[in-house]
Design a protein around this ligand. Structure first.
Ligand code: ADP
Length: 440
């Protein structure tokens, strides 16, 4: 500090001496002061100009302007700051390079997107799984490069699903699972992995179950037929009759399980185009459904509300499966006597919603996403009722196949409402006014 002010003090002393000398020599003190001040100001401006040029050129150390006065102090401060900044930048670059190397080495395709779905970065596996190349595709919108409606819907609402499965744009025989994670508010991380082997294994397993169920159905029908014949046998002892009834009950359970497996495999094995399907009268459908539920003596607590003139376009046995499973669950999982409300109502989009509402034990929030998985049974249900865990899986897959939406609203201890929304192109016939629905 002393050094700066000594330089500045020397400059003032020299200026004062020059002023005295010039004043004495010329006798014109005004002219002498003007000249001295002019020189002093010009010297200051020269130093500031050099400083400005050095900053403009990027404060390069090799071109540092050395000034021993206050300008020198500014330069030294700037230089120190730049050194710290450069060190931090080098450190951040090292971390970023290491991170990039690690992500690039991942076997899964990893893509970073901004909120507009523009690609900011992608690794090598993204090339052979998603056909995305870096740096050529950077800046392009992902939904323009991969045209898949399911992926677009998932990008717009990542909370709607845990992950989705799509065909790889590189090879349609490759199935990829795509998962989206939003981070930092507006950034999106997309991870895609090849699950073809897993899918093949699953398919093999499904085929095996479907074939085995098919093979079991005929012998079981024969066994049931013989048991029914034996039932009419008059000479049967009481013990024999009890055994026969037990055998009949167990065989019926097996038949239901096999029928469930076969229906699920039928739902999954074929695709349904929007204009395809049988013309199903909802009135007839509901009559058939209630007939199928005759084995439940208290089924009259089910109240039905539906428009007479509604027809659906779909696969009869699959839509029947949806209705039977939901109503049967409501009967099975609620206390006898508690009301069950079954309705077909039209929403503001012209879609029809089939809903089954009960006042049973309800479902815990964290269990809702699990109960639609095949073979899943709630802990309480396992102990209290018979079942296969296939009912809601059938409902979910059959609804998806018909282009519909399946949703569950439930509050533990208060009851549940299961909704199946059929798209308007599947609801044919004159839509009934809502007032008539309530009238029934
Ligand atoms: P299953 O009825 O054979 O167990 P589902 O797939 O139909 O199989 O149902 C799966 C599980 O969902 C059931 O085990 C039960 O725990 C739960 N669940 C289904 N419907 C209801 C309902 N209406 N109320 C309470 N829990 C239900």
């Amino acid at each position: 500090m002393a050094n700066i002010w000594s330089t500045e003090a020397w400059a003032i002393v020299i200026a004062a001496c020059s002023l005295m000398l010039l004043g004495e020599m010329s006798g014109n003190w005004f002219f002498a002061a003007l000249l001295t001040l002019g020189f002093y100001i010009a010297w200051l401006y020269y130093r500031l100009l050099k400083l400005e040029q050095w900053i403009r050129k990027g404060t390069k150390v090799s071109q540092v302007y050395d000034d021993s006065g206050f300008v020198g102090v500014i330069i030294r401060q700037l230089h120190e700051q730049k050194k710290t900044h450069n060190q931090r930048k080098r450190h951040a670059k090292r971390i970023l390079r290491r991170l990039n190397q690690n992500i690039s080495a991942l076997p899964d395709a990893t893509v970073l997107l901004n909120s507009e779905f523009q690609i900011e970065w992608c690794n090598e596996p993204a090339r052979y799984l998603l056909n995305l190349r870096s740096p050529q595709d950077l800046g392009y919108k992902l939904n323009n490069l991969i045209r898949d409606p399911e992926l677009l819907a998932y990008l717009n609402d990542p909370e709607s699903e845990d992950a989705i499965e799509i065909d790889s744009p590189v090879d349609p025989d490759i199935t990829i699972q795509v998962k989206i994670v939003s981070y930092g508010g507006r950034q999106i991380l997309l991870i895609a992995r090849n699950i073809s082997d897993q899918k093949q294994l699953q398919q093999g397993l499904k085929n095996f179950v479907a074939n085995a169920s098919h093979e079991l159905k005929s012998p079981l029908t024969v066994v049931l037929g013989h048991l029914e014949m034996l039932e009419g046998e008059k000479k049967l002892s009481d013990n024999g009759r009890r055994s026969l009834q037990t055998a009949q009950r167990q065989a019926e359970r097996m038949k239901e399980l096999i029928e469930g497996l076969l229906l699920l495999s039928q739902v999954e094995s074929s695709h349904l185009e929007p204009g395809e399907g049988d013309r199903i009268s909802v009135t007839e459908l509901m009559v058939n459904v209630m007939t199928a539920l005759e084995k439940y003596p208290d089924r009259d607590r089910v109240s039905l509300e539906y428009p007479d003139d509604l027809f659906l376009l779909g696969v009869n046995v699959e839509i029947e499966g949806i209705c039977i499973n939901l109503i049967e669950n409501a009967i099975k999982y609620t206390t006898p006597g508690s009301p069950i409300r079954v309705r077909w109502t039209e929403n503001f989009l012209g879609e029809y919603v089939f809903s089954v509402e009960d006042r049973g034990p309800g479902i815990e929030a964290d269990e809702i996403s699990t109960i639609t998985k095949r073979y899943y049974r709630g802990a309480r249900s396992r102990a209290a009722t018979a079942g296969s865990g296939l009912g809601l899986a059938i409902v979910k897959h059959a609804t998806n196949k018909h282009g519909g939406k399946f949703s569950i609203e439930s509050e533990s201890g208060k009851g549940s409402c299961f909704n199946v929304t059929f798209p308007s192109y599947r609801c044919i016939g004159a839509p009934a006014p809502v007032a008539r629905i309530a009238d029934r």
